[in-house]
Design a protein around this ligand. Sequence first.
Ligand code: DX5
Ligand code: ZN
Length: 213
Amino acid sequence: MLVAPSILSADFGNLANEIKAICDGGCDLIHVDVMDGHFVPNMTIGPVVVNPVAKVATKPLDIHLMVEDNTFFVELFAPCKPEYISFHIESEKHPHRLIQKIRDYGIKPAIVLNPHSTPESIEYLLEDLDMVLLMSVNPGFGGQKFIPSVIEKAKKLKEIINKRNPNCLIEVDGGVNDKNIYDLKEAGVDVVVAGSYVFGNDDYSKAIKSLQV
Ligand code: DX5
Ligand code: ZN
């Protein structure tokens, strides 16, 4: 299991050291939550913060857009050279076109499904994707409770992925901890995002390792 700590739960007054600590602690990716105050009822950070984060980071960035104007934000964050940019299917009229745009920047495209969205809704996009991110909370805030139906959804998605594009990864985001990690593993999940669980632990390295099952 790959682990992507979400810096939403980091101490932003001490961000460079927080990034260094999770990278030294053995994380696989750094999850960056971008919120516009429209698609979700919260706002976070732009390139003014993410560029210096990218400079300090020794692990690749995984940018999760929670925004209405996806194209604008893809153009804004492409220069930060993330490994992945993911956007929500619920906020995009032309997902196929946007996937191509992300790939043209040399970035791996991923699509995010909110808790109510079905894996079948993206079946015909899978061959163009590197990853699908399943939300296991309602997007907008860290520290929420894990929605267990994501386990069944991940299993269904895995079946469709095996048929359409076995190289596509499954990522789960929200309320992940050292208890639900085993069900996620069994369901075929490849990457987990963990915010409050990692940054709420005194020992980041220990917390990250407890998820790398
Ligand atoms: C929620 C974000 C998550 C969040 C996860 O909108 O997409 O990445 O930071 O935080 P935890 O792990 O605390 O649920
Ligand atoms: Zn996220």
